[in-house]
Design a binder for this molecule. Structure first.
Ligand SMILES: Nc1ncnc2c1ncn2[C@@H]1O[C@H](COP(=O)(O)OP(=O)(O)OP(=O)(O)O)[C@@H](O)[C@H]1O
Length: 265
């Protein structure tokens, strides 16, 4: 459902600061896949997401979503089909609007309905959705979202990003700024939401354990390319240590000398 075909992205092209961030990047994600993405700092993970989102044009290659070539499609049009949640809980929500107003904005955007006030029917639906988070937020629907904790905000962001049924959900280290217990809870909620709604998902993480425990496929990036792609039985029996060894062998380098920053809590 998502195909990346020979993607190349260069920053500061033709200058002394030229940086090839993605090169020969190929990926084929099947409908319903939940792909976790690992890689060292600067490997190109966020750049890949930005290329999919249309934040900037790519130098070479094509991007297909559900068979449609979206390579030259405007970012705001892609946003109707692709949800994204970032590390910073402040991003993606309107802090001075209430929880229910934020949900309503996300809900009505794709339906091309005007946003005036939250109607009773929608309000009941939002309450039901919030209750599934099990954070008590269904009783705080009139609370400004800026007053919520980081974890609560990320949980609401998950609802906002999935409420209009996106084709693809991109999670860019969306639990990295949360304490370990909250991160675990938000990941549990993430898995529940994407599984229930059958949303094709890609999640960047630096945590090897989460990379293997969430989703059905793990890819590892290095220098703008995918160097490992693990799924099925191989993944089911994979350990974080095994991943490190595989990565190490692939790069023919020892990870101790590497810039990789993986936590193995
Ligand atoms: N907007 C930009 N302008 C210039 N260079 C950029 C830009 N975005 C990314 N880069 C460069 O492209 C390379 C890949 O960066 P990217 O942010 O995709 O890495 P990453 O794998 O997401 O790393 P991290 O784990 O640290 O977030 C890096 O060398 C980075 O400095």
């Amino acid at each position: 459902m998502l195909v990346l075909n020979n993607i190349k992205k260069i920053f500061f092209k033709g200058t002394v600061n030229e940086k090839v961030a993605l090169e020969n990047l190929n990926l084929n994600v099947a409908p319903g896949d939940f792909v976790t993405i690992l890689g060292s700092n600067g490997a190109g993970k966020s750049t890949m997401f930005n290329a999919i989102l249309g934040a900037y044009p790519v130098e070479e290659g094509n991007i297909f979503l559900d068979g449609e070539d979206i390579t030259f499609k405007k970012d705001y049009k892609r946003a109707l089909d692709i949800g994204c949640i970032y590390q910073d809980p402040m991003r993606g929500t309107s802090p001075h609007m209430t929880i229910e107003e934020n949900l309503s904005l996300a809900y009505t955007r794709k339906a091309k309905r005007s946003f005036f006030a939250v109607n009773k029917h929608d309000s009941a639906y939002f309450k039901e959705l919030l209750a599934t988070l099990d954070l008590g937020l269904e009783n705080r629907m009139k609370t400004q979202i800026g007053l919520l904790s980081g974890g609560q905000r990320q949980a609401v962001s998950l609802l906002m990003s999935t409420i209009a049924g996106p084709k693809l959900l991109l999670l860019d280290e969306h639990t990295a700024a949360l304490d370990p217990a909250t991160a675990k809870k938000v990941l549990k909620i993430t898995t529940e939401i994407v599984t229930k709604n059958k949303i094709t998902t890609m999640m960047i993480t630096h945590d090897m354990n989460y990379a293997l425990s969430c989703g059905n496929r793990t890819i590892m990036m290095d220098e703008g390319q995918i160097i490992l792609d693990i799924k099925g039985e191989e993944r089911a029996s994979m350990t974080p240590e095994g991943l490190v060894e595989l990565f190490s062998a692939e790069r023919k380098k020892q990870l101790t000398n590497d810039r990789m920053m993986f936590s193995m809590q």
